[in-house]
Ligand binder design. Structure first.
Ligand SMILES: [Mn+2]
Length: 551
């Protein structure tokens, strides 16, 4: 039961679940929130007025959200999202992205249609694709040169490459093991985000995959950059060339919801067709979620699992003293056991808040949300993320330490956030971030980096960063192809447009990208520069127009 001190806030039942013996009582936590709000009201935080409105709105809506999430929990498992398989009606504007897996029969059907497609046009100067066995270093070199020159892989080849990747990924585990070869290395490449003209720098540093040269591409291959089709086909070509030597992890942009908003779907629709986009989505659903290197380093896109129960404190702010206290970390076996082949929809983010559960589907979706979305924070425990939605957490150094200790890991290697030097070490060197999209969104001024892992004397894994500068590219802005969706399928974006106008209390930053470039993947000082340059507050709201957001 809650102590009498917090009687004013009718805390829902699951907040009373004992966490760990050392957790502070929630009465203390709530007192802390009140103090923070008072401080905000006194103008002691730099965002002043908007912070006050933010805090109050949060308290009300978070409590309501908890109540909703508890109600929903009772029916969780019974409410599956509707499976969209085919366009409704015959009109093109009826198109909906496919959100559920392809069966073997579905894939065979696609393959037979592709078999009847025309091959390349006369004069095609790129490499011919005849199946995985004909990809070698020369093929990749030729593909890169052809694409940099403005060439587009023939539709038939693109379909076949994605179909072949689907076959390979479908046989892989959720958390495959990889090893650093004797005398060789394993290189981890972070976010690529469709920056084709930086791919040569990466490939030069990473090298041709082989038994002695292992590679992991750590998610976020597509979206934002306007050559996402070219980049993903290069990544797939490397995987097809040597599936054992190349690991691919799913990122938060290997999801159809993100692809609709951030450009990849529009790019597929413009350069090929949306059936190919549906096939890419199937490949993305089959991507592993993490790779375990020599049982010592866990490589994943974003971050570690959130708390269990999935507490979301009423009124919790980004203040570092507001923390959801540590709960026992999951084991690697639990991560490896995730049935990963699904899309994450709005309902899943809502269900990422709530009591502990035995519902496997719910457990798996919560894990996936964490692994592809979460970020580290400086202070202990868990806090809310600035990204996208409630249900996405930031995790503190104590979370990382407990996870590494429990699972006997040297450290965690992740990507997902822009870093000025292309990489950072955090959490007492237990957490490394590597990001490989230099001058991200053409404005980041950040270096790109790949991280080379070798085995040092004594068996410890050594990390060596290789940085690189952005290369010039043709004059095409990030998310250029997004207009294909806004012009032809505006009904797919209705909800998102509403969010851009309203912004929820967490900033919903990853979805603000349509009208503003957002700072969701920026370090705090960079976020401040962005706010100054674009005259927005910390939630991406235009300062000249704040009134429209406050209702
Ligand atoms: Mn990411």
């Amino acid at each position: 039961m809650m102590s009498a001190g917090v009687a004013k806030t009718s805390a829902p039942a699951f907040f009373t679940v004992p966490v760990v013996a050392s957790a502070p009582p929630h009465s203390q936590k709530l007192a802390g929130f009140t103090a923070n709000r008072k401080q905000a009201a006194a103008g002691n935080v730099k965002t002043g007025q908007s912070q006050v409105a933010f805090g109050c709105a949060t308290l009300v809506t978070a409590t309501a959200a908890v109540a909703r999430s508890l109600r929903r929990h009772k029916t969780a498992g019974a409410r599956q999202p509707k499976c969209v398989r085919y366009a409704r009606g015959g009109e093109e504007e009826e198109w909906r992205p496919r959100n559920c897996p392809f069966s073997d029969a579905d894939l065979a059907d696609v393959r037979s249609k592709v078999g009847a497609m025309e091959g390349p046009e006369a004069g095609y100067s790129g490499p011919p694709y005849e199946g995985p066995k004909n990809i070698d270093a020369e093929f990749v070199k030729s593909l890169l040169a052809f694409q940099k020159d403005g060439g587009l892989v023939p539709k038939k080849y693109a379909y076949l490459m994605v179909l072949d990747i689907i076959d390979i990924l479908g046989k892989e585990a959720t958390m495959p093991n990889m090893s650093i070869p004797d005398g060789g290395s394993l290189t981890v490449i972070g976010d690529l985000h469709g920056q084709l003209f930086d791919f040569p720098s990466i490939y030069e540093l990473a090298g041709v995959p082989s038994a002695t040269n292992q590679l992991i591409f750590n998610g976020d291959f597509v979206d934002r950059g306007s050559w996402s089709v070219e980049v993903i086909l290069l990544v797939f070509a490397l995987k097809l060339m040597n599936p054992e030597a190349v690991g691919l992890n799913r990122g938060n942009h290997e999801m159809l919801e993100a692809n609709i908003i951030y450009g990849f779907a529009g790019e597929c629709g413009t350069k090929y067709d949306l059936d190919l986009f549906n096939l890419f989505s199937e490949a993305f659903r089959r991507l592993p979620l993490a790779h375990l290197v020599d049982k010592k380093v866990l490589v994943l896109h974003a971050g570690l699992p959130g708390p269990n129960p999935r507490i979301w404190m009423p009124g919790q702010t980004h203040d570092p003293t507001d923390a959801i206290p540590l709960t026992p970390p999951p084991s690697l076996d639990e991560i490896a056991a995730i049935d990963r082949e699904f899309e994450v929809g709005p309902e899943d983010y809502k269900n990422a808040i709530g009591p502990s559960t035995n519902n496997k589907d719910l457990i798996d979706k919560r894990f996936l949300v964490d692994l592809v979305w979460s970020d580290p924070r400086g202070s202990k425990g868990w806090g809310p993320s600035y990204r996208k939605a409630r249900g996405i957490y930031t995790f503190g150094p104590d979370v990382t330490k407990a996870f590494c200790e429990k699972n006997n890991l040297q450290c965690i290697l992740r990507s997902h956030e822009v870093k000025q030097e292309g990489y950072t070490w955090d959490h007492s060197n237990l957490l490394c971030t590597v990001f490989s999209a230099p001058n991200y969104l053409d404005t980041g001024n950040n270096k790109g980096c790949v991280m080379r892992l070798t085995t040092a004397a004594g068996g410890k894994i050594k990390f060596e960063p290789f940085q690189f500068e952005a290369q010039p590219h043709p004059d095409l802005a990030p998310m250029h192809w997004q207009t294909f969706i806004t012009d032809n399928y505006p009904y797919l974006l209705r909800k998102m447009k509403k969010k851009v106008v309203e912004f929820d209390e967490w900033g919903d930053s990853d979805f603000a990208g349509m009208s503003l470039m957002n700072f969701d993947e920026w370090e705090p000082d960079e976020a401040e520069q962005f706010q100054d340059a674009f005259k927005v507050d910390m939630f991406g709201r235009e300062l000249d127009n704040l009134d429209q957001y406050d209702s």
